[in-house]
Design a protein around this ligand. Sequence first.
Ligand SMILES: [Zn+2]
Length: 534
Amino acid sequence: MTDKLLRRQFLGYAGALACSGVGSPKLLGQARPVPATDLLIVNGKIHTMDPVNRIVPQALIQNGRFIAVGDNVSVPPGVRRVDVGGRTVIPGIIDAHDHIVLVGNRPGWSTPLEHVFTIPDAIAALKTRSTAVPAGEFITAIGPISAMQFAERRLPTLTELDAIDRPVYLQAAQGGTRTNSLGKTWLEARGVTVAADGAIAGPALTAALLALRKELLTPETRKRSAMDALQYYAKLGITTHRDCGAFHSEARSGGLANENTYTMHNPFLALHAEGTMPARLRIDFLHQDSPTANPPLPTLSQRLRNSFPFFGDDWIKTGGIGEFTGGGVEGLRAIAKAGWRGEDHALNLNGVTNLVKDRETVNAEIPLNGLRWIISHIPEFPEDLANRMDAMGMGVLVGWGPLRAPTPTNSSLGPPYRMLMNHRIKKGYHSDGGDITVINPWLNFFTMATGLNLAGQSILGDQKLTRQEVLWLATAANKWFLREDDLGSIETGNHGDLVVLDRDCFTVSDEDFKRTRSLLTIVGGKVVHNDGVF
Ligand SMILES: [Zn+2]
C-alpha cells in the first residue's frame, strides 16, 4: 500500500485540525497541508449503487463530496491517494429506522457485542474492553447483543463473565440478562435479585436497569456511550442512522426502550457541537397521545406547533413523527395538515390493515402524496396493501428479522421481500435495532439473503433477496426515506460517504457474509474508522 494514511488523521475534526497545523505557531506561514477530506480512492471494486449499478475503480472526494467517480480520474495536486488493493467498496450504509439514540444513552461503559459469534469471542471482546475501563466501573451491553447470535445459543454465564475483572451487565435484545460476581454484588446491595448463574429476570430486571441508570448516567457518560455506539456501527459500515425514538419516561426508567424523549438527543447534540460525530443522525419524534385524551393530542399538537421537520445540517437533521404517531386518525390528520411525515410500525396483518385504512380516511380529506409517509416492519403484507399504500405515495421499511423464530406451523414469517422487490412501491432497509433486535446490518442482510435467522432456521419461505438487492435497499433505496438524494450512492455531487469492506460481500460464503465489517469508513470525506490497513 503506497501513501499510507496516518492514524492521527482518523480523529475527526480534531485530527484534521492537528494535521493542518491550526493553533500550532510552528506551522504559521507554511503552506497549509492537504486536509484529510480530500482523497482519491484507487484500485477499488466500487459498487456505486447508481441507477445503472456501475462498478468502478476510482472515486475522488473533495470538500466532503464525490467530485469524480469512474476510471482514469485525474488527481488534483496534493490529493491523497488511497490504494484499496482491489477491495470491495460500497456507499455508506443507511439504517433508515433504528434506535441508536437509546443505545447512545446506555449506562456504564456501553459495549455492543453484535459482531462476535461465540461465547469465548464475547468474553475476549469484554476483556479487551476492560483495559479501558477504570476498576469497579460497569461494562454493559444493553440491547445490541442476542443469545441467538452465539453458536452456543445462550448468553455467557456468571462463571464465564467472571473472567472480566470489572462488573459486567448484559441485557440482550432477545434471550435474557446476565451479570458476573462483581455485578451481582453491586446489584444485590441495591435489592436486585440475581440467580446463582448470574441471570436476572422478572421484576428484578426492571429494578436492575433502573439502578444502573440512576447511579451511572451523567451527561458525560451518555456522551461517551453515544460516541461509542456511533463508532461501533461505523466499523460495521453504517454512516447514517435514522432514529425512530423511544417510549417517553420523564424520570429514569427500568424499561429497555424507555428514555426521556425530550433530552435523550443531548449527548448526540454535544458530539455535534464538538464536531466529532462519526456518523450522520436523522431524528424522528415518537408520540403516543391517547386518541381519547382531553384536550386532544397533548404532545403531538405541541410538537407540530413548535418544532421544525427536516431541519438541521448534514450531520444531524430532524425528520417527521414516528415510529408511533399516536392519537389515532385525529393524530394522522394533524400530521397531514401540518405537512409533516408520519410513520407507524405494523406487527401483523390486522395491524397493518388498520393502519392503511386510517391513512385512506385521512388521504380522502388531505392528500398524503408527497409527504412520504411510512409503515415499517410489515411482517405480513399482502400485495393489495402494497397497491393501496403506493397509490397514496407511501413507502415501507423492511428488515427486522434475524432474531425471529419460526413456529411449528409457520416458517414464512415475512416480510414478503420478493413481492416487494417486484412491486413499484417505495421500499428501503431498516434494522429497528437497539432494544428488541440487532442493528448490525450484516446480521440483517444475512437473513434477507439466506432466509435464515441467526440460529439457522428458515423464516422467509420463498421471499429471499439477492445480496445486490439487499445492499441496494440499505443504500440507494433509502434516499427516498431520508428525503436526501445526495446520500446512498457513490455519484458525482453526493456526500463522500463510503465503506471499504474487509471482504467481497457479494461473493463470500453465507457465513462469511454475516461477518463482514469495514476496514475504512469515510463520512463526508472524514475518515471515521480505519483498521490500520491503509
Ligand atoms: Zn423501531
